[in-house]
Design a protein around this ligand. Structure first.
Ligand SMILES: [Zn+2]
Length: 71
């Protein structure tokens, strides 16, 4: 299974896209067994901001919308 964050440059993996926080350990993976057996979205450990793991129109993205709070 592809891991989208692995495609980002190393520096971008450690900067929160919500508030530009520095994330020394990188973002937290949000996993919901029963919804999707894998990473559903990302969360910043500093500001608790969330962002999508899946690109627009991806079939799994709709499951993350209630958690991320935006389409
Ligand atoms: Zn943040």
């Amino acid at each position: 299974m592809e891991d989208l964050i692995e495609e980002l440059p190393t520096e971008a993996k450690h900067v929160c896209p919500v508030n530009r926080c520095r994330m020394p350990m990188g973002p937290q993976a949000a996993i919901f067994p029963g919804v999707y057996e894998g990473i559903l979205y990302w969360q910043c450990p500093v500001c608790a901001g969330t962002w999508h793991r899946w690109p627009p129109h991806h079939p799994l993205r709709k499951f993350a919308v209630p958690f991320v709070g935006r389409e």
